[in-house]
Design a protein around this ligand. Structure first.
Ligand code: PXL
Length: 275
């Protein structure tokens, strides 16, 4: 069985980061090991959340795994609580990664032109150092702009999206998967493969609703599918369709929560697509 280690916070309530990565990776038929980098009472879109940084655990955990010869087919990182954590995550990957293991980085730190509340303006440059070590990075357009020092634009065209993906790849990431890519009236996910120089675009119907945690849902499904053996384009399509289904179900439920999507009710849809 393939095994992923996912390294991100645990927001006890909020349907994001580890509370979605674990069930979704499991649903793709891949073992999910975790490193919780911080424990928060909720995600940071709630007011007055608590946060206990666990970064002193990262390297001792890595050492124990090394001593036990525990290996991973992929290292998948999401929301990280501080610049100091990024250095530790880089050390962990350097210590445990074998030649063909994948490093997949979702630089979860910003959306809609703004950094999440816990980060200052220096954080994107730190996250860019981790992205430089990745086989695949999974930014949205805001994160891609922040990491490349490009002014954020709400409206942009294909040339802008392609240019920003190339810039990210130039700093080290081999493949860039840009989520929420929207231009010329079409919505979807783009892929840039810096080794072949080719682009791929998966178009989706834009659903008129925005919820927290959807980036984490896409990234978790994409990573599970890819590591389970699906080609990258198919992993993008299924993960994007699954995310859209989560949003559709949540939008149509008048009793849904504001803080996340009902990804649980779409798990049968994901499993059906994998068959
Ligand atoms: O969904 C990304 C995410 C992950 N973890 C925490 C967050 C957020 C987004 O706000 O606050 C703690």
């Amino acid at each position: 069985m393939k095994r992923i280690v996912t390294i991100q916070d645990i927001s006890c309530v909020g349907k994001c980061s580890l509370t979605v990565a674990l069930p979704i990776i499991s649903a793709t038929g891949v073992e999910a090991a975790i490193i919780p980098t911080a424990v928060l009472s909720t995600h940071t879109m709630f007011k007055n959340f608590t946060c206990k940084d666990l970064d002193d655990q990262i390297l001792p955990i890595a050492k124990h795994w090394k001593d036990e010869n525990i290996t991973f087919d992929a290292f998948y990182t999401g929301y990280l609580a501080s610049a100091a954590q990024i250095d530790k995550v880089i050390s962990l990957i350097e210590s445990l990664k074998r030649e063909n293991d994948l490093v997949i980085v979702d630089p979860a730190m910003a959306d809609n032109g703004k950094l999440y509340p816990a980060f200052d303006e220096n954080f994107p440059a730190e996250m860019a150092r981790l992205c430089a070590k990745a086989d695949i990075v999974l930014p949205n357009i805001t994160e891609a702009c922040f990491m490349t020092g490009t002014p954020y634009k709400e409206e942009y065209d294909e040339a802008f999206a392609k240019d920003i993906m190339k810039k990210l790849a130039a700093s080290g990431a081999k493949k860039v998967v840009l989520t929420g890519a929207q231009f010329t009236g079409e919505y979807g996910v783009m892929l840039y493969d810096s080794e072949s120089g080719e682009f791929f675009r998966y178009r989706q119907e834009k659903i008129n609703a925005a919820f927290h945690g959807t980036g984490d849902i896409f990234s978790s499904a994409f990573t599970g599918l890819l590591v389970s053996g699906k080609p990258i384009e198919e992993s993008i399509k299924i993960a994007a369709d699954y995310t859209a289904e989560c949003i559709r179900i949540t939008k149509n439920d008048e009793n849904s929560n504001w803080y996340g999507v009902d990804f649980e009710r779409a798990i049968p849809y994901l499993i059906e697509k994998i068959k």
